[in-house]
Design a protein around this ligand. Sequence first.
Ligand SMILES: Nc1ncnc2c1ncn2[C@@H]1O[C@H](COP(=O)(O)OP(=O)(O)OP(=O)(O)O)[C@@H](O)[C@H]1O
Ligand SMILES: NC(=O)c1ccc[n+]([C@@H]2O[C@H](COP(=O)(O)O)[C@@H](O)[C@H]2O)c1
Length: 175
Amino acid sequence: MRRAFYPGRFQPVHLGHVKAVRWLLERVDEVIVGVTAAQYSYTPENPFTAGERIEMLRAAFREEWGRLFVVPLDNVPDNSLWLSYVASRVPSFEFVATGNEFVKLLARERGYEVLELPLWERDRLQGRVVRELMASGGEWRELVPPGVAEYLERIGAPERVRKIYLSERVKTPEY
Ligand SMILES: Nc1ncnc2c1ncn2[C@@H]1O[C@H](COP(=O)(O)OP(=O)(O)OP(=O)(O)O)[C@@H](O)[C@H]1O
Ligand SMILES: NC(=O)c1ccc[n+]([C@@H]2O[C@H](COP(=O)(O)O)[C@@H](O)[C@H]2O)c1
C-alpha cells in the first residue's frame, strides 16, 4: 500500500487542491489529507474551522473519498518535531506530497520521499486569492469546486471573511 501525506490549510479548498489530489491518486493508493493549523479559525489567514474545512473536502472529493483519510492537525511550536507529531496522529505513510519548499526540507530531513506537486494556475488558485476576493466582493466562486461554493454560501463565508478582514484591518487589494 503506497500512502502519501498531503498537508495544507484548505482555507478554503480550491481547484488547485482538486488537481493536486487527483494527480496524487494516479501515483499512490491512498492520500492522507492533513488539515493543518487546525486549532485556528476566524482569523484572516484561517477563517474556517477544521470541521468546516473537512466538510469542504468531502464536498470536493465525493468520488475519491474512499481513498482519502482526512485528519485535522494542530500546528506545533517546534518545526523539528512537526512530522513526528504528524506520524503519531495519522495512518502510516512513506511519501510526503507538497509544493512547499519548507515542507520538502522538513520531510527529506526526516527521511520521507517527497512527491513534488506541480502547481496549477498558481496566480489565481491559492487560498489567499480566494479569501481576498471574498473580502472585496469579487468573483471567487469559479476558483473552487461547485460543491464547495455551495457550502461556503450556505455558511455565509463571504460575509464572515469580509467582517474578519475589516475587524483586523487587513488591506484587501483591488480586483
Ligand atoms: N494551484 C495549486 N496547484 C497545485 N497544488 C496547489 C495549488 N495551490 C496549493 N497547492 C498545494 O496545496 C498545499 C497547500 O495548501 P494550502 O491550502 O495550505 O495552500 P494555499 O492554497 O497556497 O493557501 P494560502 O494562500 O492560504 O497559503 C501545498 O502543497 C501546495 O503545493
Ligand atoms: N510546526 C508546524 O506545525 C508546521 C510545520 C510545517 C508546516 N505546517 C503546516 O503545514 C502547512 C503546509 O501547507 P502549505 O503548503 O500551505 O504551507 C502549513 O501551512 C502549516 O499549517 C506546520
